[in-house]
Design a protein. Structure first.
Length: 247
């Protein structure tokens, strides 16, 4: 009986070791796959940024073509809604607003509009076009921004305000989803994308009690949303990838 028990225990231990090796190999394979996705993202990021900006300025230029000196408040509203804009403002060569949607800024000077005064540089010919940094809205995963271009007659500026989710492709909002389950992608100490429950974009690594020193290790453990994880860590293209699995 003792011999049979010893054999049974040995079998259990061997199975456990094999399971552990299999899990380790699985994590390593998943991490290699994720590193490839992150490398592709880092390589294409500048091009994606350029494409995104080009599309935004194209929309602004279309708005500039559709607005004329005879455009009414109703015309401003129609153009804004046609182009899915949140706002549309046009100023002349004196920086005076000649029309806007929503209405209310007409006859005001750009320098008196805190959110738009930076576009005065286009009027002064110190810039041909300009775009604000997109602002992230966690509640729906969208970004809001403004962009300005010269009016079609070469004087003044057309400023558009819009909300979009396209910027997520530039900054990698869905990068962890492309990498796989239980992935965290970090830039510096801030999460840019995650498929780990309880870890969200814009969280810092403090959310799972990890430090910069931890990110230099090959393997770490952490707990999130009540689940404990074992994980492998790698740096790729200026980003840190954490590939985890529940313990």
């Amino acid at each position: 009986m003792k011999k049979i028990f010893t054999i049974a225990v040995s079998v259990i231990l061997i199975c456990a070791l094999l399971a552990g090796c299999s899990a380790s190999k699985g994590l390593s394979a998943n991490l290699d796959y994720a590193k490839g996705k992150v490398a592709d993202f880092a390589h294409d990021q500048k091009r994606n940024q350029s494409v995104f900006a080009g599309d935004i300025f194209k929309t602004a230029n279309i708005a500039a073509m559709l607005i004329t000196k005879d455009s009414t408040d109703e015309d401003f509203e129609k153009v804004a809604k046609t182009l899915s804009l949140d706002g549309l403002t046009v100023a002349d060569e004196t920086r005076t607003v000649v029309g806007s949607y929503p209405a209310g800024d007409k006859d005001k000077n750009l320098k008196d509009l805190d959110d738009k005064k930076e576009f005065a540089g286009i009027v002064r010919n110190t810039a041909d076009k300009q775009m604000t940094d997109p602002v992230y809205h966690a509640e729906d995963g969208t970004y809001s921004l403004m962009a300005g271009v010269k009016r079609t007659d070469g004087t003044g500026v057309v400023i558009i305000t819009l909300t979009t989710d396209a910027y997520g492709d530039v900054v990698g909002d869905n990068l962890a989803e492309k990498c796989g389950n239980n992935m965290i992608v970090i830039k510096g100490d801030t999460v840019i994308s995650s498929t780990v429950d309880g870890v969200l974009k814009s969280d810092t690594i403090d959310i799972v009690k990890l430090t910069q020193d931890d990110l230099k290790k090959d393997a770490v453990s952490f707990t999130s949303d009540g689940t404990s994880y074992s994980a492998k860590v790698a740096n790729e293209g200026g980003y840190t990838v954490i590939c985890a699995e529940p313990k």
